[in-house]
Write a protein that binds this ligand. Structure first.
Ligand SMILES: Cc1ncc(COP(=O)(O)O)c(C=O)c1O
Length: 453
């Protein structure tokens, strides 16, 4: 085993030492070269050291440097040193996290993370946690618990009897609900189109005064962190309305939920503890390696009823049995990296990470604005939307910025405008990176838009 570990260490050092000196998006010749991995599968085994050398030689330069400090696409965090190290330890341990008996250590770390996360994010003390692949599956897990709770109240056991004859549930979302929530509603048999969409304001926040009161069971899906603007729905008001009709409030906080761990930003989450379930990603702002999402449900009974299964060979003890909290049985031990990230950051380090990225987003927005470009959103968190003129010009600037490789930013169509989307979510990003990226974007935009100063 030692040669493979030595070679892996060499490759890891080589990769990480260069990550900030290369184009953030791979060059076309590197994308060509990666195709050399596409060989006919040989008959005989080959040396594992050679296998990872091939990956490095033909694959490493073809990666997107999203683990580096100037990747601002989608909402993609880096991997903290402790979480990366723990990911490697997790690989060596190779634990099946699904069953307590298969990994007491993974199970313990998940239990510790549950306690730490619930405290850090100021959620109700009784809240339980499931460790899943990402916010899409966290939304799924939470909404499965919601479906169970509401139908059980109507005397219907959805897990046993399915949905065909079940009482109907009204689902309320904002116009700018994340697409993954709609996908999840489809997967749960509730229907992507079977939703009441509440109009939103100029930042994409649900206009809560337009939520009607219904007599049938209701799930309201609110958002902590709009994927374009970073804006938060008025969660406190929504919870107030929900309490009048006994509705279940689910919060999609894929990245925004982490704001509740920051004294400076937690005001955005006002009232969030009144909800019934919350979904977030650890692979976004907690900066653990992919894949890692977290489902939080206030009432353990509803989550466990939705997720548990019985099989004689799965001996359930009295401890927290991980497979009762998530859709999967066998799975990797994600709690290890989450534990390591939280242990290394502490409460203060996590708050500083959130606050630093938010400050950097404001700084970048100010620089682009000072250069004459229009910031379309209120930069309340880590997301920036910027227009470089008309739609075609903005699209050209986005493409040229991506080709230039100093940084990487994506594009979006938002409230009928074309915009560059910038998300600052990595522990690695420094003010120097912001300066360098702003200069590159402004230089490119100046060439594409010669009439701007
Ligand atoms: C608000 C929101 N919800 C859900 C998701 C889906 O997250 P994941 O890709 O981790 O499943 C995202 C991803 O960006 C998001 O921003």
């Amino acid at each position: 085993m030692v040669p493979i570990i030595d070679e892996f260490s060499r490759i890891a050092k080589d990769y990480l030492q260069q990550i900030n000196d290369r184009s953030v998006f791979p060059h076309s010749e590197d994308l060509e070269k990666m195709k050399l991995l596409d060989v006919p599968l040989q008959k005989q085994p080959i040396d594992p050291v050679k296998v990872i050398q091939e990956l490095h030689e033909f694959g490493s330069k073809a990666t997107v440097a999203s683990a580096g400090s100037r990747y601002f696409g989608f909402v993609i965090g880096g991997a903290l040193p402790a979480s990366l190290g723990a990911n490697l330890v997790a690989g060596v341990w190779d634990q099946n996290a699904g069953i307590e008996a298969a990994s007491p250590i993974s199970s313990l770390l998940e239990t510790i993370c549950q306690k730490w996360l619930v405290t850090l994010l100021n959620l109700p003390r009784e809240t339980v946690v499931g460790f899943v692949t990402g916010a899409t599956m966290a939304n799924f897990t939470c909404l499965a618990a919601a479906r169970h709770a509401l139908l059980q109240k109507m005397g219907w056991n959805v897990e046993k009897d399915g949905l065909f004859q079940a009482p109907s549930i009204k689902i309320v979302v904002g116009e700018e609900v994340h697409a993954s929530v709609l996908k999840v509603l489809g997967m749960l048999g509730l229907g992507r189109n079977n939703v009441v969409k509440i109009p939103v304001d100029s930042q994409g926040r649900m206009k809560s005064d337009l939520i009607r009161e219904y007599s049938e069971p209701v799930i309201i899906c609110a958002q902590a962190g709009n994927v374009n603007t970073g804006a938060f729905d008025p969660i406190d008001d929504i919870c107030e309305i929900a309490s009048r009709m006994n509705a279940w409030v689910h919060i999609d906080g894929a990245f925004g939920l982490w704001a509740n761990a920051s004294p400076q930003y937690k005001h955005l989450c006002k009232g969030i503890h009144k909800a019934n379930s919350w979904a977030t990603d650890a692979h976004k702002w907690l900066n653990v390696p992919y894949d890692s999402g977290i489902a939080f449900v206030r009432d353990k009974r509803h989550l466990v009823s939705a997720m548990s299964m019985d099989a004689a060979y799965l001996i359930s003890g009295t401890k927290r049995e991980p497979y009762h909290y998530v859709p999967e049985l066998s799975r990797r031990a994600r709690g290890i990296e989450i534990w390591a990230a939280l242990r290394s950051l502490g409460k203060k380090g996590l708050a500083q990470l959130i606050e630093r990225n938010c400050f950097q987003a404001k700084l970048l927005a100010e620089k682009l604005s000072a250069a004459g470009y229009q910031i379309l959103n209120d930069v309340v968190l880590n997301q920036i939307l910027v227009s470089f003129g008309d739609s075609d010009t903005t699209k050209r600037v986005i493409q040229k910025v991506q080709e230039d490789g100093t940084c990487w930013c994506g594009g979006t169509e938002w409230q009928e405008k074309t915009a560059m989307r910038i998300s600052v979510s990595s522990w690695r990003t420094t003010e120097e990176d912001i300066e360098k990226s702003a200069n590159a974007i402004i230089k490119i935009a100046g060439k594409e838009n010669p009439f701007t100063d």
